[in-house]
Write a new protein. Sequence first.
Lengths: 271, 197
Amino acid sequence: MTNPNAFWSGDADEVGEQLLHLARRERAPNAARERALSRVAAVSLSAAVATTANAASAAPALGHAAGLLGLKWLAIGLGAALVSLTAIDQLQRALTPAAGHGAPSTAGVAAAPVEHSVAQVWPAADVAPPVVVAPTVVAVVPTAPPVIVPKTEAPAPKAEALDAGPSAAAFEAPNRSPLAREVAALRQARTALALGKPGPALETLAAYHREFPEGILSTEEAALRVEIAFAMADANAFELSRRFLAEHATSPLAARVRALTGAKSASGIKP
Amino acid sequence: MIRPMGDLDLALHNLPASAAPVSAAAVAGRARALVLEHFDFIWRLLCRLGVPGPDVDDTAQQVFIIATQRLADVPLGGERTFLYGVALRTAATLRRNLRRRARWVEPGPADCASSEPTPHEELERRQALQFLDEVLHRLEDDLREVFVLCEIEELTAPQVAAIVQVPVGTVASRLRRARQEFGQQLRRLQAERARVR
């Protein structure tokens, strides 16, 4: 029935129906599907981190319960960081066999053995695992930095809570997986920014970029760079923001950067 | 003091959906489900819409990456429509770019089958699908999209209308024209092959 000669000479109506029938039964190669699963795994991790960050930045404008707002920032940040860490830890475990050395990239994620990445990165489609609140990660950095938070509603996170997060040693520790070090580096930079120290934050980011020029979290790095630039009143802040939005227009972080840029413009800072 | 996650969830309950934090696990789970459930459809659609064989895998990946990045915009139950819409636009953009760069090699059938050594039946199957793609390639883009969605993916006219974003009546008229055109082009291609042989 699939003899090409039959298609070239048979009754056109019948041939057409046979061809369509054949096309309906076609399936994608398993390897292509598995590569897509791996790529989407990496992207969804990034998207989840960014979405929670965006949610945090949007929260103060709502202000439903005055007594709740003070705590909301810290709580949102902690919640976001916790779920992010849970997912990142899952991804780390999945990537560990393939990420022994060098800076990981998206391609590296895609190249990881599918049996590991699919089975361990992803929860069952209909049963998402609960977020585990581990005592050891309670004092992590809020993903919403105070730079974009209205002053009256969003007190800066307390230094002691922030200081309890992963240290520079954690970022630089060579025995940690590359992804864990990426996460630690960005968290360290965000901690410094949240403490009102954009200079050290920028230094940390520069160190991160040297070590991971094409890191998995490079989009987050770029977004954080914009935030730091605004915090330092850098003359290039608006240009950095414009470039980020041009290069990452579809990124979930774009909304965050756009909101920050809009807030700065509205506050009288000239683009 | 840090409250338990249950209280935190309650505290966030009043936030609008767009502002509520999304669990990484939930995002990952939903994105994975999209791939598992719809990858075959999207991959096949891209093949039939004229995406060159070597580009099909990457283009299909791109469709799901876009969907993952915009997961908040994907309505529950509307995943297939959303993905098809992204796939149609992505394929159209790719075709446009290829034409612009004059890299569109006539007749341009998409060889989507694996390049690995295949048995004789598989080879015949691939040749048949190439033949089909050659016929489809001769249809106008608008007709081709509707024809593929209706005749191969077997979607209903309202579903196709939602994907292509045209009225149902337009889908019906395009499908009618596409069927006529498909039959004519198939006969024409058969005649051309007969002359060559």
